[in-house]
Structure formats: structure tokens, C-alpha cells
Design a protein around this ligand. Structure first.
Ligand SMILES: *Cc1c(COP(=O)(O)O)cnc(C)c1O
Length: 387
């Protein structure tokens, strides 16, 4: 049987290959220090689990509206107003099977052959592949460590042309931990408005911020920016709910209706009782979020100082999320070679930067316990000394 061309141009996930090998080693009884995780290592807060259990008991087990439970869409509108100063109604919101699915639906609803999507690199690895699956062309704009891995307004302006359909902004960033300051967001918003381009703002790490950093949603900058913004977010990272598959997009009604059509003919509604867990996450105490942030804050200090104390390694201080993006270019290895050898010789799992569009680097996640962090840093030091 012939496979579709759209699938052939999408590579298998480098991330998954390394993660699978680390898992296999672990299963063989080898003590792996795993810095490859792309998800918080905490359990979902009890209050959220209880709300989903209650929903099950109350019979919330049937098909629901494709765009999400009305109560959740309303709660999300409240959240966007409260946290982000964004004035949306329930009808401006679609609930999806995760942030990833939100973006996929969005591409299906907006991208045609010949359309360009601007993606600053390093990028979250699924962005370009989703654009390609939808038939569009990713336009990768490289950024530099010296600039904190952030796209500048000039770089954005230069990349925009009549074929540009979307610009994807991700702050805080996976994989670099970069956080755009409010003034940097305002400067990008100016270009967005001036060029009349649509910006997709992936804000999934908005709650994981350090040193008092402030998250400004680009849609909140001005009414003109609001009209050109699509806000993508989800529950996975803030509430440690990765397996629940809960994301959402807020955007003009016309786009939400288009995405609802895509969703209505593909996945339909997100698991009904899971959506009631999401309502509890939004409306219950936010203490669990703070607790997780406290743990990430401690680990981030240990990781950042530990890595930068190793001769030959360096990375910018992450302002958010739970990753370090480390320059390994001094060693003359590709990022895949570096990570494979690190795993084989020291049993430390890291993700090659090439997966995120930068072969000079590797990504270490600190969504793991402090003990593994300490041991892993020691092994990393030993490995680097042998390079
Ligand atoms: C984890 C992640 C997402 C979405 O994850 P879901 O589990 O699909 O909700 C989206 N964007 C980035 C940058 C991420 O790291």
C-alpha cells in the first residue's frame, strides 16, 4: 500500500527514540538519570481528580458538544479575563484533546498549500511538522543564545510576506525556557498589527515563571493585537494533567466555528468527565500550582548553576518552563552523537537540540527529582571531562 506524501515528509520523533531507549535501559535495571521528560513529574492534584470522579458518578459519560462543555468554556472565558486580561466569551473558545491537538486543528482550519508559517527556532518540535501535515511551509527563523533565544521585531518583520498566514510565538518557551518581557511582547505586537499578520500565542507554560517574571499575553497588548491573536493553552503543564488530554484555543468566533467543524468530524468532544476535572482546576485553590512552582524553582537553581559550572557547557538562565537549552558546540559532536554517547556511557538521558531545530545544543528537563538532578549533573561532568 502507498503511504500519503504528507506523512512521508514528517520524520519520526527523535525525542521518542531517546526516551524509548532510556526506558528500555531502566527496565533492564540500569539506573538512568532522566532529563528527557517533557512533562511535570507530579501527580494531578487530588481536588481535580475528585471532581472528575464525581462527574463519572453523576453520569457525565456521554457525548457532549464538540467544542466543549458550556460550563468549561465559560470557566475558561473567566480565566482568560482574570489571568490574562483577555476579553473572550464562551463562544470564542474551543476545548481540545490537549494543546497539541488545538494547534493541529488550527492548522487544519487555516493552512493551505503555499501558506507560510513563521516559527522562531529553537521551536517546539511539533510546530513545523503540523504545518507540513496541513500542506503549508514552515519558515524557520533562527535565534541566538546571546539574545536569550528570542526573535526580534526586525527578524519578524523581515520574515513576513504576502504568503505569511501565521506567526507562532511560544513564551515561556519549550525548549529554551526563554520568556519574552512585556516590552518585548509589545514590540512584537507592533509588528503584528503593522503587517496585519495573525499571531498564534502558545502560552502553555504561563504559570511556570521564575524571579517574578511577568507573562503578558500578546492579545492583551491592544485591541488591534487582540483582533490578530489566537491564544493556545492547556492544562497539561500548569496542573500536571498531561495524560488527561485537555487544551483550548481562544480566538475570533469564525475561527472557533471552523475548528469545531474539524473537531466535529475527527475526534468530537474531549472526554466528558475529564472536562469536569478541568473546571475544578480553574476554579479550585491554586495552591497546588504554587507548590509545583516552588519545586521547579529550587531545581532550576541547582540545574542552572550545576550546568554552567561544568567546563565547556553554557546556557542562558531560563525565565520559565522547566528546561535548560545547553550549548555543546565546543565538543565537535552533533547533538544526536552527544546525547547517544551520554546515554551509553553515563546513563543520562537528554534530548538532542536538532529535534528543536538547533544542532549546537541539547535540552535537559528538570521535571525530575532533586536526587536524580544531583547524580545526573555529576555524571554529566564526568562525561564532558572525557569528551
Ligand atoms: C507540552 C506542550 C504543549 C501541549 O501539550 P498537550 O499535552 O498536548 O496539552 C504545547 N506546546 C508546548 C510548547 C508544549 O511544550
Amino acid at each position: 500500500m502507498r503511504l500519503a506524501a504528507r506523512v512521508k515528509q514528517v520524520p519520526a520523533s527523535v525525542t521518542l527514540a531517546i526516551a524509548a531507549k532510556a526506558k528500555a535501559m531502566k527496565a533492564d535495571g540500569i539506573a538512568v538519570c532522566n532529563f528527557s521528560a517533557g512533562e511535570p513529574d507530579f501527580d494531578t492534584p487530588d481536588s481535580i481528580k475528585e471532581a472528575a470522579k464525581l462527574a463519572l458518578d453523576r453520569g457525565k459519560t456521554r457525548y457532549g458538544p464538540a467544542a466543549g462543555e458550556p460550563e468549561l468554556r465559560k470557566a475558561l472565558a473567566n480565566k482568560l479575563q482574570r489571568d490574562n486580561n483577555l476579553n473572550y466569551q464562551a463562544e470564542n473558545i474551543i476545548v481540545t484533546n490537549g494543546g497539541k491537538h488545538s494547534l493541529f486543528n488550527l492548522m487544519m482550519a487555516t493552512i493551505e498549500a503555499g501558506d507560510e508559517v513563521i516559527i522562531p527556532a529553537p521551536y517546539w518540535l511539533s510546530y513545523p511538522e503540523m504545518v507540513k501535515l496541513a500542506g503549508g511551509t514552515p519558515i524557520i527563523v533562527p535565534t541566538e543564545a546571546s539574545n536569550g533565544y528570542k526573535i526580534t521585531p526586525d527578524q519578524l518583520r523581515q520574515a513576513i510576506n504576502p504568503k505569511t498566514q501565521l506567526f507562532i510565538l511560544n513564551s515561556p518557551s519549550n525548549p529554551t525556557g526563554a520568556v519574552y518581557s512585556p516590552s518585548e511582547i509589545r514590540a512584537l505586537a507592533e509588528v503584528v498589527v503593522e503587517t496585519n499578520v495573525t499571531v498564534v500565542s502558545d502560552e502553555i507554560y504561563e504559570k511556570i515563571l521564575y524571579d517574578g517574571a511577568e507573562h503578558l499575553s500578546i492579545g492583551a497588548v491592544s485591541p488591534e493585537a487582540f483582533d490578530r491573536a489566537i491564544i493556545s493553552n492547556g492544562f497539561a503543564k500548569s496542573y500536571s494533567m498531561t495524560g488527561w488530554r485537555l487544551g483550548y484555543i481562544a480566538a475570533p468566533v469564525e475561527l472557533i466555528q471552523a475548528m469545531s467543524k474539524v473537531q466535529g468530524h475527527s475526534t468530537s468532544n474531549v472526554c466528558t468527565f475529564a472536562q469536569f476535572g478541568a473546571i475544578a482546576a480553574l476554579e479550585g485553590s491554586q495552591d497546588p500550582v504554587q507548590k509545583m512552582l516552588d519545586a521547579f524553582t529550587q531545581r532550576r537553581t541547582v540545574m542552572f548553576e550545576g550546568v554552567n559550572a561544568i567546563e565547556g557547557l553554557s546556557c542562558p538562565k531560563p525565565g520559565g518552563a522547566f528546561y535548560l537549552f545547553i550549548d555543546i558546540s565546543k565538543f565537535g559532536l552533533t547533538s544526536i552523537e552527544f546525547c547517544s554517547r551520554l546515554l551509553d556511557s553515563q546513563q543520562v538521558a537528554a534530548i538532542p537540540g536538532i529535534a528543536f531545530g538547533d544542532d549546537r545544543c541539547i535540552r535537559l528537563s528538570y521535571a525530575t527529582d532533586m536526587d536524580s538532578i544531583q547524580r545526573g549533573l555529576e555524571r554529566l561532568r564526568t562525561f564532558v571531562a572525557s569528551c
